[in-house]
Design a binder for this molecule. Structure first.
Ligand code: HEC
Length: 197
């Protein structure tokens, strides 16, 4: 009887399967920690929640070939400077509102969700809000009574979701914080509101 080739033996394939599975498990664990480090607030790409105390603008980065966020001078949301803890509580309340009202049923956030309504990642910088002086009030008014307005070319109106003023303000905080995230240029080609850096 001919000797069996090493590469066709059952034990070779069994050992290979075990080693590859174990190796990939290690890679997966490493990637999980690496991703967590990159998506946590207070890291290079995802600013700490107190970023809502500052102006957020965008500049074109020649090297990366897309717009990148710039955290500018102090410009507290609703005119009130918050501590890190207060800012985190406000942004979390906004995030809970977004989850409770299921905004992603119509909108996408950081690219996830539905495509019925505009992506909200940079909604804070939408020129439609007018100027930066009236934006905050405009956003709160819109979130509380969106059924009255039609502000883009979609021809669709957002329904009234029964959002309270406190929830609307917290949602604006969440949207402002989210607009400061470096999303590698997503959404592509968006036009930020006119404001100095
Ligand atoms: C039933 C679908 C639906 C749901 C649910 C919904 N929206 Fe909307 N939203 C829309 C539509 C449609 C528009 C576009 C309205 C327009 O152009 O007048 C819109 C527009 C917006 C805008 C303006 C976007 C911009 O870029 O200026 C914001 C901000 C917004 N929605 C926030 C939210 C938030 C926050 C929630 C959850 C609390 C939410 N929406 C839930 C349909 C929805």
């Amino acid at each position: 009887m001919e000797a069996e080739n090493w590469w066709s033996s059952q034990s070779f394939w069994r050992k290979s399967a075990i080693w590859i599975t174990a190796g990939m498990a290690v890679v997966l664990i490493f990637l999980t920690f690496d991703t967590l480090a990159q998506i946590s607030a207070g890291t290079k790409r995802v600013p700490a929640y107190s970023v809502i105390n500052n102006r957020i603008s965008y500049v074109f980065d020649e090297k990366r070939n897309f717009q990148v966020p710039v955290i500018g001078q102090e410009e507290p949301l609703f005119g009130k400077k918050l501590t890190e803890e207060e800012a985190e509580a406000m942004v979390s309340h906004g995030k809970l509102t977004v989850q409770a009202k299921n905004c992603m049923n119509c909108h996408s956030i950081l690219g996830n969700g539905a495509y019925y309504a505009p992506d909200l990642t940079k909604a804070w910088l939408d020129p439609w809000w007018g100027s930066k002086e009236i934006r905050e009030a405009q956003m709160v008014a819109f979130l509380m009574n969106p059924q009255d307005r039609l502000h883009n070319a979609l021809g669709r109106k957002m329904p009234n979701l029964g959002i309270t003023e406190e929830e609307a303000k917290a949602t604006v905080a969440f949207l402002k914080w989210m607009s400061s995230i470096d999303t590698n240029g997503f959404p592509y080609n968006f036009k930020p509101m006119d404001q100095e850096n």
